[in-house]
Design a protein around this ligand. Structure first.
Ligand SMILES: Cc1cc2nc3c(=O)[nH]c(=O)nc-3n(C[C@H](O)[C@H](O)[C@H](O)COP(=O)(O)O)c2cc1C
Length: 254
């Protein structure tokens, strides 16, 4: 569609796509490094308490224990657990007029991010590629092929993805957001994806799983695996999820 190609936001995404043929020759601009922590040496310090009472909040261990996990138990996750992860990342939680609000915020409540799954070890779900139908809280089966190896290959051959119980693949339908916000909409699309992924990682932690965000992929290879309508929709972000070794008492109480 010509209008999208006139957007610098859209072109930025295309220009920064990884491609198997060119990835080794990408020239990065020489940008000087800065310290990892910003300091205000002259400023008066206000020490923060470390024994705050909210440490008993149920989210605290999830935040504390979350780490990007790249080794998984060779154990399937249950379909109920997958459903919980999908709900936690993109489920509808409230309706108001034309809006269906979700677990994760979205700029302008426009929800430009679509969720796809590469199911690998999910009890009761044949391996393959699926699309999450948010409105009906169901999965659309896209194919029945064992897609985990192909997804890992398309993600810069990151082998751990093939060992995960399931990989989440998030794309953006640009027009949903950019029709309203133009170029600035690209910021919102990327921010939305971050929220969704973090929700997923917290939810995974809550059920004895772990996940690893993945943004290193050959864009067009993932797009073509998902058979996305190029120019309209493109992969943005992904995450592999699987059972975590030694996760105690983890269960899905829905
Ligand atoms: C935007 C983004 C992209 C990432 N892409 C990858 C990836 O492609 N492969 C990978 O193994 N880890 C990836 N990670 C995970 C980071 O390496 C990880 O978050 C970082 O090392 C900090 O460790 P932690 O997540 O355990 O706190 C990504 C993380 C983010 C936020």
């Amino acid at each position: 569609m010509p209008e999208l190609e006139e957007c610098s936001g859209y072109n930025y995404l295309r220009e920064t796509a990884y491609n198997r043929a060119t990835i080794k020759t990408i020239k990065r601009p020489a940008i000087a490094q800065v310290p990892a922590f910003k300091k205000y040496p002259e400023a008066e310090k206000v020490e923060l308490p470390r024994n705050w009472r909210l440490s008993e909040a149920r989210i605290t261990p999830l935040l504390q224990n979350r780490r990007s996990l790249r080794r998984y138990l060779m154990e399937p996750i249950k379909l109920e657990e997958l459903a919980f992860l999908l709900w936690a990342s993109q489920g509808i939680t409230a309706k108001s007029g034309a809006y269906s609000f979700r677990t994760a915020p979205s700029g302008g409540a426009l929800y430009p991010v679509e969720t796809y799954l590469s199911a690998n070890f999910v009890e009761g779900l044949p391996p393959g590629l699926y699309h999450f139908d948010v409105e009906n809280f169901s999965l659309d089966r896209l194919n029945n092929e064992d897609s985990a190896a192909a997804v890992a290959a398309a993600c810069l051959d990151q082998k751990f993805m093939a060992q995960a119980a399931v990989s989440f693949l998030w794309s953006s339908v640009f027009r949903r957001c950019m029709t309203k916000y133009g170029n600035r909409g690209m910021r919102y699309v990327l921010l939305d994806a971050g929220h969704i992924c973090q929700n997923l990682l917290m939810a995974a932690e809550a059920i004895g799983c772990g996940g690893c965000p993945v943004a290193a992929f050959y864009d067009d290879e993932v797009n073509s695996l998902l058979q996305l309508d190029l120019g309209e929709e493109s992969i943005l972000y992904a995450a592999a999820v699987g059972k975590k070794e030694g996760a105690k008492g983890a269960q899905c109480n829905l």
